[in-house]
Design a protein around this ligand. Structure first.
Ligand code: AMP
Ligand code: MG
Length: 475
């Protein structure tokens, strides 16, 4: 019995909270707090259509779901390694309204982020600033449009109250959509449980929900681990493609669905620096740009530890099996990365020195502090000769290009536009002053990141004065 069907105010919200069939260590029933004057500030029409949530009363439904609560809404419990240190956590400021099923029979979590205190809030207020919720809306939707798996953003609400951070700030709620919110940290919590069955129940549930195709296979738990590993590796290759730095790749921020989740101190590279860190609290560079693939594998090892005993009763054998997968995927990461980088500079086929050619380019980009996004666009447009220091490398590239087979098949994967930090900050600061004009414009331009028709002001790299050096967890 995995269906808890909910009659949600006679609307086209089709909720069925299967998560509540899990043992109750995995959640607490919660409701959004009361807010003085909630308003829908922004909504994602495209996503509303995809979810079959189109309704003339969309705003009213969202507002009522928060104001009146939903009898089966809940917050999820989880644990996690934060910067390497193990902690018990949970949704400290999120309420999961329900699992909505659209007309294609696809299931999506609909979650309120910033909706107030929960049993997992610790010392926090359970709230979010409008600014940080808007930032997540913009960046997550930009990631989606860049063809990168991510949680999505359905709407932003203004809560009408001021919340205390460094100064008093406007509060906001993000209505977030995900294939599921189960994290590596959810498994870490399960493995702490005294009830041996809890981890198995979570595994069975997650496989049923995310990978039903392997449900009847003999070694399904190992297969499951391999699927999660593959999804993460694909995800990180894509992050590297567009210069995305997540910033807090704690195990509680790694989703089992393979979606990018939790946009806190994330940022996109301007000038290329593989050691770049933006998060103000990441003093050791644990989550630096070039460290992301290694950290993903580290997190995956933490996931495997939670059900090692179910992979094989012989622990040594179980470890071997997991290690084999991790090693295979480390190699696979490098292959996929190379393929992706070759696409970025427009070469196909495999030749011995391709990796050196790419390494050389990255070294030049680092030394001369070249912009990550624009450099690849200039290479793509054959407009890179303007730098004397690049002549030799361009000559090598052109020689290499002669080895390309069927030139038309070279598929560039370079975005023209990414949400640059300084532009994002400007737009968000304007919102603070009640000016939303550039917000809609920015969101709409980010919808077509591969278009060659983007206003110069959104593409230009920041001047020294414009550069944003650190992003704060600023929640
Ligand atoms: P994050 O790294 O942003 O995913 O958050 C880490 C943990 O802190 C999660 O368990 C969050 O739910 C919790 N958290 C973040 N902000 C707040 C807040 N304002 N109030 C309560 N808990 C919070
Ligand atoms: Mg988180």
């Amino acid at each position: 019995n995995i269906n808890i069907k909910i009659n949600f105010m006679q609307t086209n919200w089709n909720f069925e909270n299967s998560y509540l069939t899990l043992p109750n260590i995995f959640y607490s029933k919660t409701r959004a707090e009361k807010f003085p004057s909630l308003k829908v500030l922004l909504k994602n029409k495209n996503l509303i259509d995809n979810l079959d949530l189109k309704n003339d009363d969309f705003d009213k439904i969202v507002l009522e779901s928060i104001n009146n609560g939903e009898i089966n809404s809940f917050s999820q419990a989880y644990a996690g390694h934060q910067f390497g240190h193990f902690t018990i956590l949970g949704d400290g400021r999120a309420t999961l309204l329900g699992e909505h099923i659209n007309n294609n029979n696809e299931r999506f979590d609909i979650q309120l982020k910033g909706s107030g205190k929960t049993p997992y809030s610790r010392n926090g207020d359970g709230k979010g600033t409008l600014k940080s919720m808007l930032r997540e809306y913009i960046v997550s939707e930009a990631m989606h449009n860049l063809d990168i798996k991510t949680t999505r953003s359905l709407a932003i609400l203004n809560t009408g109250e001021k919340i205390q951070r460094e100064t008093y700030e406007e509060g906001g709620i993000l209505v977030r959509v995900a294939k599921s919110h189960i994290r590596v940290g959810t498994f870490q919590l399960a493995s702490l449980s005294k009830k041996k069955n809890d981890i198995e129940e979570l595994l069975e549930y997650t496989i049923k929900r995310l990978h039903p195709e392997i449900l009847n296979e003999a070694d399904k738990y190992l297969k499951f681990f391999e699927k999660i590993t593959e999804d993460q590796i694909n995800l990180i290759v894509n992050w590297q493609r567009v210069g995305f730095i997540h910033g807090v790749m704690n195990t509680d921020n790694m989703s089992i669905s393979g979606e990018t989740i939790d946009y806190g101190p994330c940022a996109f590279l301007d000038e290329y620096n593989p050691n770049k860190v933006f998060s103000s609290i990441d003093k050791n560079g644990r989550y630096a740009f070039n460290n992301q693939p290694k950290i993903a594998l580290w997190n995956l090892a933490r996931l495997a530890e939670t059900f090692l005993h179910l992979i094989d009763v012989n622990e040594e054998l179980a470890i071997k099996k997991i290690e084999n997968i991790l090693m295979r995927y480390e190699v696979k990461y490098h292959d996929l990365w190379l393929e992706m980088m070759k696409n970025k500079i427009g070469i196909n086929q495999d030749h011995a020195k391709d990796k050196d050619l790419i390494k050389e380019l990255l070294d030049l980009m680092q030394v001369f502090k070249l912009d990550y996004t624009n450099t690849f666009i200039e290479i793509e447009n054959d407009n890179f000769k303007k730098f004397d220091f690049m002549h030799e490398w361009i000559a090598k590239l052109n020689l290499r290009k002669q080895l390309n087979k069927n030139d038309k098949e070279v598929k560039f994967s370079n975005p023209q536009i990414i949400p640059r930090k300084h532009i994002l900050e400007n737009v968000l600061n304007e919102c603070k002053n009640g000016n939303y004009k550039n917000l809609s414009r920015f969101i709409s331009i980010l919808k077509n990141p591969y278009s060659s028709d983007i206003p110069e002001e959104f593409i230009k790299e920041p001047t020294n004065e414009e550069k944003v050096y650190e992003t704060f967890c600023g929640t």
